[in-house]
Design a protein. Structure first.
Length: 173
């Protein structure tokens, strides 16, 4: 009897959905760049929602290989692997984009980011330790392609894991 399911459905499902998610994140940055928006600015963070959505979609689609349900570890695992792969592809894409477009675009972003922070300085100063928070935010601005890639990877991982674990628990059966 021949089976039509792949040899490793968890890894295959995670790889397919992770790669697609990473490609969508890269496409979003390119879309922002081509429409004369700041590809490093706040609009870039809209793509942070792609990995959690992809993790849950991969968990739902994994169920087609297991009629009785994939079980807790497979359901959580496919979500985590999807998130990891998507975050790695997105970070690699942003790193490559930052190298290809050069430092001028990063400098332009830093000018805009500093202006936004300067306009919000009064809000920082109203909070306890506001001056320290403001200075830490200024120091924490990404200034290199590697720093942007690290930021991209971290945000995608955090949001993806926050949804993959409860999603896996819910979709285990």
């Amino acid at each position: 009897m021949e089976s039509t399911s792949p040899a490793h459905p968890v890894l295959r499902t995670a790889a397919v959905h992770g790669l697609i998610t990473g490609a969508l994140c890269i496409a979003w940055v390119l879309f922002l760049y081509l429409t004369d928006n700041n590809p490093y600015g706040p609009k870039r963070t809209l793509s942070d929602f792609f990995p959690p959505i992809a993790a849950v979609v991969s968990q739902v689609l994994l169920r087609r290989y297991y009629p009785a349900g994939p079980g807790l570890w497979k359901a959580i695992g496919v979500g985590i692997f999807t998130t990891l792969i998507g975050a790695a592809v997105a970070a690699t894409g942003l790193y490559t984009f930052a190298h290809l477009t050069g430092s001028g675009l990063i400098e332009q972003h830093l000018v805009e980011a500093r202006q936004l922070l300067a306009s919000a300085k009064a809000l920082y100063l109203k909070q306890p330790n506001g001056q320290q928070q403001y200075e830490a935010t200024l120091r924490g601005l990404a200034t290199t392609p590697a720093a942007f890639a690290q930021d991209e990877f971290a945000k995608k991982i955090i949001f993806g894991l926050l949804l993959s674990i409860p999603g896996g628990v819910f979709l285990r059966k």
